[in-house]
Ligand binder design. Structure first.
Ligand SMILES: Nc1ncnc2c1ncn2[C@@H]1O[C@H](COP(=O)(O)OP(=O)(O)OP(=O)(O)O)[C@@H](O)[C@H]1O
Length: 255
């Protein structure tokens, strides 16, 4: 089942100025429910612009974005905020936890905003806390735990609303390599349980955990790699080769 469809999406900044920036020129792809897709590209390629459109924080200049058959261009600002709360989960490089709240209250926050009864919040937290190894950390504050632990809290906060799509922006960018691999293993686990994930990353290691990698260059999807049955080492070297080829200006080839 297709969850997300982008058709000829463009985003131009400063369209009526002397120097318009075509951050996205013509982006089309679909994501099926249950997929784990990584988006890679060099700095300035348009990744954040794409993520902002998917997050309903920005509107495309042209083209169509549909998530669960909702046309994202048709949402008012208020509807977009509700759509975000109801259907999307976010994980950021810098965790974005509130220091004044305990880890438990950070995780509850999106449900509190939706006025969810406490019993439901607790029932949803229990399995997540167990899976993410958070039981001992719930009553502590974000500044009392490590970066990897903060990211696990942030993942719980993103998943507690049971979002259709988890959007991750450089989720391992602030973590060392061991901790990154733990976080990526969690992504693989929740994906195996059916969670659809779209992750922007600069890291070939991180992208190699995904089933599919889309490469963005100059506001277009330039290349696509499928993991299939390949080992993570093979996938990583294919990703690195594709990035190298793209940085040299050519179209990548994964033969
Ligand atoms: N609000 C804006 N106004 C004008 N130009 C913008 C704006 N946001 C992004 N751009 C431009 O659009 C292009 C794509 O930017 P974007 O942030 O999407 O790239 P990126 O791939 O996420 O880069 P990075 O990996 O460095 O975060 C860049 O040329 C950038 O300067």
């Amino acid at each position: 089942m297709t969850l997300l469809t982008l058709e000829h999406v463009a985003r131009t900044f400063g369209a009526n100025t002397a120097h318009p920036v075509h951050a996205l020129r013509d982006v089309s792809f679909t994501v099926d429910a249950g997929e784990f897709v990584a988006i890679m590209g060099e700095s300035g390629a348009g990744k954040s612009t794409l993520l902002n459109l998917l997050a309903t924080l920005d509107q495309a200049t042209a083209g169509q974005l549909r998530l669960q058959n909702q046309d994202l261009a048709q949402l008012s600002a208020e509807q977009a905020a509700k759509f975000r709360r109801d259907h999307l989960g976010f994980v950021f490089q810098s965790f974005n936890l509130l220091d004044s709240l305990t880890n438990r209250d950070n995780i509850f926050l999106p449900l509190v905003l939706k006025r969810t009864p406490l019993a439901t919040m607790q029932a949803r937290l229990a399995p997540l806390a167990e899976q993410l190894g958070l039981q001992e950390l719930l009553d502590r504050y974000p500044q009392e735990i490590s970066g990897g632990q903060k990211q696990r809290v942030a993942i719980a906060r993103a998943l507690i609303t049971q979002p259709a799509l988890l959007l991750a922006d450089e989720p391992t960018g602030a973590l060392d390599s061991n901790t990154s691999q733990q976080i990526l293993a969690i992504f693989n686990q929740v994906n195996a349980q059916g969670q659809t994930i779209l992750m922007v990353t600069h890291s070939a290691v991180a992208a190699s955990y995904a089933q599919r990698v889309l490469f963005v260059k100059d506001g277009r999807i330039y290349h696509e790699l499928f993991r299939k049955e390949q080992s993570s080492a093979t996938m990583q070297s294919q990703i690195s080769n594709a990035m190298l080829t793209l940085s040299k200006g050519g179209a990548a080839n994964d033969d």
